[in-house]
Design a protein around this ligand. Structure first.
Ligand code: 5GP
Ligand code: ZN
Length: 113
């Protein structure tokens, strides 16, 4: 199993954890692009949004619940934040384990592409 985020979830690779439950793991991005930059991932290996189906999509709704909670805890709920999931080459996805960037703590650029 060569997936870097699976290794982070299992503890084989260290990370700065901000949240964990039975289906979701969240940790600080190693190369933050904003004062708050957290990655929220399902514990099950899903490669990207392309792999989301009716069988595994419940965890996505749960990830958004976790995101709302973390935004409050990290102090960006009121100031605002962005949640991003890059899918595939044109979006610049580099890790093929589904993840949601939670970015905030400063005004973010508004050009989306
Ligand atoms: P993507 O480019 O696939 O949307 O996002 C992958 C993110 O994972 C990048 O922001 C990158 O900095 C982060 N990342 C890659 N390897 C590691 C790692 O080993 N630890 C942590 N905490 N983040 C990582
Ligand atoms: Zn994985």
């Amino acid at each position: 199993m060569s997936c870097i985020f699976c290794k982070i979830i299992s503890g084989e690779i260290p990370s700065k954890k901000v949240y964990e439950d039975e289906s979701v793991y969240a940790f600080y991005d190693i190369q933050p692009m904003a004062p708050v930059h957290v990655l929220i991932v399902p514990k099950t290996h899903i490669a990207s949004v392309n792999e989301v189906t009716s069988e595994n999509s419940a965890v996505i709704a749960h990830i958004y619940e976790v995101a709302a909670q973390l935004a409050k805890e990290l102090g960006v709920a009121e100031s605002g934040y962005r949640i991003v999931s890059n899918c595939g080459a044109n979006a610049g996805q580099t890790v093929f384990h589904l993840h949601f960037h939670l970015l905030g703590g400063q005004p973010l650029k508004t050009d989306m592409c």
